[in-house]
Design a protein around this ligand. Structure first.
Ligand code: ADP
Ligand code: ASP
Ligand code: MG
Length: 425
């Protein structure tokens, strides 16, 4: 008997029919003798619908008072899901009880819309499990020290599930979703994408942080910090497939590098359209200029991603960086008001129609020429690279958004990711 955490995403919870199938699957695990904690997301589309209602009433909520209400609104999607799932389990003859994050409690800080989990008190959950119940806990939400409902950022149910699994020392956290694992890239963009039987934690962390929305990045961070065994698998297989077959399906996140005898040079391609590029043109090139430009941005709690500074000409240089698209307007306003006058820069340019495409693989560590193959592939497609950033196991480029799919497909092909044999020994 083991304690297992299941997480079901929005599509998996998308209708009462789907919820019944989830309940049947969970009941199967319970009958096999396991203790189950289940963390569902809101029904698909529900969080968007709720946030849409809020937007009708306040188009761009910014201050803490408004963000508090956004979280109070968005958290209700998961509240409905847990009740429905617990009811569906009871209808299967399985004892089940549902809790909101505040009832467990799942404690977070007060950063509304992107709160971080600080502590999970598992006493109540443990006593329910000991009494033979399945415990169904809301994904995505928690409670701050002052008792306010918070949410963990879009896609945050993954993080709730992995955090619960970590806090309870669960044997495994199974993330059930609408694809049957982690692929070499989003299979919706590249139909030839291949499912990976396993992926190293480091690669998964990069893939998630670079835009693969299959797992929220914080869930991967939690998995790494607490060494939680995480598997991504499909909730769309027949619920009654044999449990050992199900337990081996999907993609396992691994922590032992040498577990994989052979490592792919590039394991996957990630992309995101969530950023915008800002360029400050013709700034005097003097010490402290980067701080003068980026300091106010950081002070406004805006995350900066890729940064480049051009070589200077006649004592002036151009400075570009990317921010999340949600922060684009605010960053432009801030630069116009503060940075342009204080630096004496000539011009401010913004471009929200960019995307970032990245190749990821731990095999890149031991292989030269990987980035240049990436650049050559893009040049053969006539795609101009605007910015480049690299780390040991990834190379990212910023390009025009309209070439995103073309770039991802071309790179997938160039690195032969559709073929399982592409590995370095
Ligand atoms: P859920 O609602 O279950 O949390 P998400 O929509 O958040 O599901 O994540 C699953 C989706 O992630 C898939 O439908 C797929 O389109 C997308 N995705 C992006 N990159 C990848 C990848 N590398 N492998 C698998 N799925 C990916
Ligand atoms: N329902 C939330 C969202 O849509 C959380 C999640 O699905 O993981 O972002
Ligand atoms: Mg998700």
């Amino acid at each position: 008997m083991a304690l297992i955490v299941h997480k079901y995403g929005g599509t998996s919870m998308g209708s009462t029919e789907r919820i019944r199938s989830v309940a049947q699957r969970v009941a199967k695990w319970v009958r096999a003798g396991h203790q189950l904690v289940v963390v569902p997301s809101a029904m698909s589309g529900e969080t968007n619908r709720l946030l849409g209602l809020a937007k009708d009433l306040m188009p761009s909520p910014g201050d803490a008072a408004a963000l508090r209400e956004l979280d109070a609104i968005a958290a209700t999607g998961e509240q409905v899901s847990v009740g429905l799932l617990a009811l569906a389990l009871q209808a299967q003859g399985v004892q089940a009880v549902s809790y909101g994050g505040w009832q467990v409690p799942i404690q977070t800080d007060s950063a509304y819309t992107k709160a971080r989990i600080s502590r999970i008190d598992d006493a109540r959950v443990r006593s329910d499990l000991a009494a033979g119940k399945v415990v169904v806990i809301t994904g995505f939400q928690g409670i701050d020290p002052a008792g306010n409902v918070t949410t963990l950022g879009r896609g945050g149910s993954d993080t709730s599930a992995v955090a619960v699994a970590a806090a309870m020392n669960a044997a495994e956290c199974l993330i059930y979703t609408d694809v049957d694992g982690v692929y070499t890239t989003d299979p919706r963009i590249v139909p030839e994408a291949r499912r990976l039987a396993s992926i190293s934690f480091e690669e998964m962390l990069e893939m998630a942080s670079l835009g693969s929305k299959v797992l929220q990045i914080r869930s991967v961070e939690f998995a790494g910090k607490y060494r939680v065994p995480v598997r991504v698998l499909s909730s769309f297989t027949p619920w009654d497939i044999p449990i050992d077959e199900e337990a081996r399906s999907g993609t396992l996140i691994t922590f032992e590098e040498d577990e994989k005898m052979e490592q792919a040079i590039v394991s996957g391609i990630a992309f995101n359209r969530d950023e915008a590029k800002i360029s400050v043109i013709g700034v005097p090139d003097r010490p402290g200029i980067a701080y003068q430009i980026l300091g106010p941005v950081a002070d406004a709690n805006i995350d900066i991603d890729v940064i480049i500074q051009n070589v200077s000409h006649d004592g002036r240089t151009d400075f570009s960086f990317t921010v999340h698209r949600n922060d684009y307007a605010r960053t432009m306003d801030l630069l116009k008001a503060q940075v342009m006058p204080s630096t004496g820069a000539a011009e401010l340019r913004g471009d929200a129609k960019i995307c970032k495409v990245s190749i990821v693989g731990i095999g890149m560590r031991s292989h030269v020429g990987v980035a240049s193959r990436m650049f050559r592939t893009l040049s053969e497609e006539g795609i101009n690279i605007q910015m480049i950033t690299t780390s040991e196991i990834k190379t990212s480029v910023v390009i025009d958004e309209k070439y995103m799919e073309l770039a991802v497909r071309a790179l997938h092909k160039a690195f032969e990711l559709e073929q399982p044999a592409n590995t370095v020994g």
